[in-house]
Design a protein around this ligand. Structure first.
Ligand SMILES: *[C@@H]1O[C@H](CO)[C@@H](O)[C@H](O)[C@H]1NC(C)=O
Length: 321
């Protein structure tokens, strides 16, 4: 038998062994390593309540005023969303467009940073409340400086990232020494994977909810795609949930899974802890649910209502303000 036909024969009968071996070798050679326990503990030991975009019931979301408010209410961490302008400036904005939260319209990616000088992030918030404050759009840099000065932990939710931004982000961690106080999270596994590759000391988290790819909304009423694409999306979502519970977080090297509140169970938390990972729940606005998560499961939570923390840990009479 010549060399070619024996190779063909080997592949033909050997694939049940070759394929798993290839997968296994690929998995282990591409797998990220999580950050050392020492650094992870420094971040998590006093992270209990995170203000989701600040304190968005009291002050306009993702503004410095909202972060100040969250701190005042007792949050120990602020969560915020990072988007990019046309010229690649990282700013704090949740949506792809400016429409919902500001007095400008259109995608943030269409604006140069210099054209956002007069944008008002309180515009739509105050309309309902008759306030006249004007709040600027914060840059990531400004917010990081504020948080460092005020000893607040940070959870970066990265919506949009190119290579250039990721390298800037890594530099930001270095310049401001954010390793003990910050974690980078994203719905996009590739983003957290790359951040960990660029600097293994940066803590990362994978954000997820069921049916994220299939539906835009939480209730499952607005499909993202039509026709057959909708069914493909739901298969991908199903695989994603399975992956999160089996191999994906280990592969990405994340220290935390930022999990939508309805997916939280004692079993899920134990499974993740067994693998040395923390679980953080978003977005918890119900006091009973918060008490269960904080007291029984002992996991940190993100909330729109950081002020609820006072109901979990009531100030003993005679103390406090
Ligand atoms: C948005 O509001 C600010 C502050 O009131 C104002 O200076 C600016 O001109 C407004 N921009 C638009 C496009 O309305």
């Amino acid at each position: 038998m010549d060399c070619l036909s024996s190779t063909v024969l080997f592949i033909f009968i050997g694939w049940p062994i070759i394929l798993p071996v290839l997968f296994f070798v690929g998995y282990w050679s591409l797998k990220n390593k999580p950050t050392s326990k020492k650094y992870v503990e420094r971040f998590f030991h006093n992270f209990h309540i995170g203000g989701h975009r600040g304190s968005p019931m009291m002050e306009p979301e993702n503004t410095i005023a909202s972060m100040i408010q969250a701190k005042k209410e007792g949050a120990d961490l602020i969560e915020f969303d990072v988007s990019l302008t046309k010229d690649g400036v990282a700013v704090i904005l949740h949506d792809d467009t400016l429409d919902r939260t500001t007095n400008l319209t259109g995608p943030i990616r269409d604006f140069f940073y210099k054209d956002l000088g007069t944008v008002d992030c309180a515009a739509n918030f105050k309309k309902e409340r008759g306030s006249t404050t004007v709040l600027p759009l914060p840059t990531l840099e400004e917010l990081v400086k504020w948080a460092k000065e005020h000893n607040m932990k940070m959870l970066f939710d990265i919506k949009d990232a190119d290579e250039c931004f990721l390298s800037k982000l890594v530099k930001l961690f270095d310049e401001h020494d954010l390793y003990d106080s910050s974690i980078v999270c994203s719905f996009f596994p590739i983003i957290v994977y790359k951040v960990k590759r660029l600097n293994p000391r940066i803590l990362t988290g994978y954000t997820w909810r069921r049916w994220f790819i299939t539906y835009i909304d939480h209730e499952g009423r607005k499909p993202r795609f039509n026709g057959y694409k909708h069914y493909i999306a739901s298969i991908v979502d199903t695989l994603n949930v399975w992956s999160i519970k089996s191999w994906l977080p280990s592969f990405l090297g994340v220290e935390m899974v930022l999990t939508e509140r309805s997916e939280i169970s004692s079993m899920f938390v134990h499974q993740q802890r067994h693998h040395g990972r923390e679980v953080c729940a978003w977005t918890v606005n119900d006091i009973n649910e918060m008490v269960w998560m904080r007291k029984t499961l002992e996991i940190p939570v993100l909330t729109d209502m950081p002020f609820l923390v006072n109901q979990i840990n009531p100030v003993p009479p005679g103390q406090g303000f």
